[in-house]
Design a protein around this ligand. Structure first.
Ligand code: AHR
Length: 551
């Protein structure tokens, strides 16, 4: 894994920004920035699945986070934490990926079906991770008791209103195990032995799972393959699977960071025999972790603290996040050389900030980390980039859902809180399923110091979408010190009413805790505006949504 990160840091350079930057000379006198919303220039429908999540058996994600057990004093629905389900419904969670990540390629789905009391305990893929917090006891986070298996996960998705995305084990199971998992999940009631096994476990009707990942990071923990070897494995898995009338969507394991040769070699080899192996999506992972500005590419040394960061580390991390735009456009261009009609979409099924250990809320929460306004701005910036590429991105899954990495939630026993990242997902939910329209931004680039030398990064970022008469404009301002007074012009529409929802805090290191859960939360205000333009001041270090009702 270290090698992958080293490569990632060394190979992604610059960002092919889709937004057209204008010189500050083009700005209206007196304002700092300018946003034009081109309502007549649609990009594509924003797939609701862009607002997907990722729940791996890792640290406190499943045991403590999602699964508390039926006999728990924590309010639950059949063992699943109720507060989490309610919050996911509120933000319209669209998809959840499970059971990994790296864990997926060591997981046997058969261990997690049938009566819970009879299920085996297995060592978790992450049992020996060097990042375990000191004193972490043994327990389900290290030795998986399989209490949360296929049916529990699919019930969790059903309760939350999300589509399940199951990741198949390609490294250590066979294509037969894969199609039998599909059989277990999707066969009509009473048709097969596995349909009967499912019914015996309490689910008579098929779950109708559409999204199936075929391997995860197959260049690394998912098998250490060369792309040509992975093509062979991929084909064996995808060649025959009972479809049961469903339009199954397979997702292939994409490159290690910016390793474009993986994409080119995979698609080149796959195309040799014609067709794309029924592939629907190509997975990209983009973690923002290296705050050293190139001083090191070491996977452990390169990370910074989740809470105690300098101003320059704030900018550097956000600049790392911004690189996802080039990752999207570069991979898309290569895929288009082989898949000219672009039938295969991009699936950014792991993304978010990855800080160094030490700020987790409990010592069983491996890779748990606190969350501040920096994580919120990172989330808004990234989601806005996905919207710029609504024609290319079919799904995205922030890593991870709860108690791990860029989590939306923290939970321990009966305590449950939301993070600033959750608020961004809540605010941005209005974009789901709407038509993305092009925005042009004129904004000064921000200057900061990278290892004593001057560096710059994108200033405001923004995206817009339209649903009937409702326009949603979201804007991130990464500037730590300055509000950005911005002229916003709507081309092709007239404003009736505007409301602003703003997520900001005057202390950039502030965070929500179990003791003080509402330190960072959004506020909503009316905005006075008429005609087709307005001036709005975006606070420093903020995420804003302008909800505009059009005439
Ligand atoms: O999200 C944590 C890990 O990061 C995942 O298991 C793996 O796919 C990636 O390397």
């Amino acid at each position: 894994m270290k090698t992958r990160r080293d490569f990632l840091a060394g190979s992604l350079v610059g960002s092919a920004a889709l937004l057209i930057s204008r010189s500050s000379a083009a700005l209206q006198a007196g304002t700092d920035a300018h946003i034009e919303v081109l309502l007549n220039e649609p990009i594509g429908t924003i797939a609701p699945e862009i607002y997907g999540h990722f729940a791996e058996h890792l640290g406190g994600v499943v045991y403590d986070g999602i699964w508390v057990g039926e006999n728990s004093k924590v309010p639950n629905v059949g063992g699943i934490r109720k507060a989490l389900v309610d919050a996911l419904v509120k933000i319209k969670a669209s998809a959840i990926r499970w059971p990994g990540g790296c864990f997926a390629d060591s997981y046997n789905w058969r261990d997690g079906i049938g009566p819970r009391k009879d299920r085996p305990r297995r060592p978790n893929f992450w049992v020996d991770a060097p990042e375990w917090p000191k004193g972490a006891p043994d327990g389900p986070w290290k030795y998986d008791p399989n209490q949360f298996g296929t049916d529990e996960f699919l019930r969790f998705c059903q309760l939350s209103g999300a589509q399940p995305y199951l990741a198949a084990n390609l490294r250590s199971l066979t294509p037969k195990d894969f199609y039998e998992w599909v059989d277990y999940c999707n066969s009509p009631a009473g048709t097969t032995t596995l349909a009967d096994a499912r019914a015996a476990g309490g689910q008579r009707e098929p779950w109708k799972v559409r999204y199936w990942g075929i391997g995860n990071e197959s260049w690394g923990c998912g098998g250490n393959f060369q792309p040509e070897e992975y093509v062979i494995e991929y084909r064996r898995f995808a060649e025959w699977v009972p479809r049961y009338g469903l339009n199954l969507a397979y997702i292939g394991s994409g490159p290690n960071g910016g390793d474009l040769s993986w994409t080119r070699r995979f698609f080149g080899k796959l195309a040799e025999k014609g067709g794309f192996g029924k592939m629907w999506g190509w997975a990209l992972h983009h973690y923002s972790w290296n705050i050293t500005g190139g001083r090191t590419t070491d996977w452990f040394q390169g990370k910074g603290d989740a809470v105690k960061y300098s101003d320059d580390e704030w900018y550097e991390l956000l600049n790392e996040a911004d690189k996802v735009e080039a990752l999207i456009t570069d991979n898309w261009a290569i895929m288009g050389e082989f898949d000219r009609q672009h039938r295969v979409k991009l699936v950014i099924d792991e993304w978010g900030a990855w800080h160094k250990p030490g700020s987790e809320l409990h010592n069983t929460h491996l890779l748990g980390q606190q969350s501040t306004m920096r994580d919120a701005v990172l989330a808004g910036l990234t989601l806005d980039i996905f919207h710029h590429h609504a024609d290319k991105v079919g799904m995205a899954n922030i890593a991870q859902l709860i108690n791990c990495l860029a989590a939306l939630f923290f939970a321990h026993e009966d305590k449950f809180i939301v993070t600033p990242t959750y608020h961004v997902f809540d605010m941005y939910a209005a974009h789901q399923g709407a038509q993305a329209v092009r925005t042009l931004i004129g904004t000064p680039r921000l200057s900061y110091l990278r290892n004593g030398k001057s560096a710059t990064m994108r200033g405001l970022n923004s995206s817009a979408s339209l649903r009937g008469k409702e326009l949603t404009l979201t804007v991130t301002n990464p500037d730590l010190r300055n509000a950005q007074e911005t002229e916003i012009a709507l081309r092709g529409a007239t404003i009736k009413v505007i409301k602003a929802t703003v997520l900001a805090h005057n202390d950039i290191h502030a965070c929500n805790t179990f003791e003080n859960p509402n330190v960072i939360q959004p506020r909503t205000e009316d905005v006075n505006a008429k005609g087709n333009s307005l001036v709005y001041k975006f606070p420093p270090a903020s995420v804003t949504k302008l909800s505009v009702t059009l005439v």
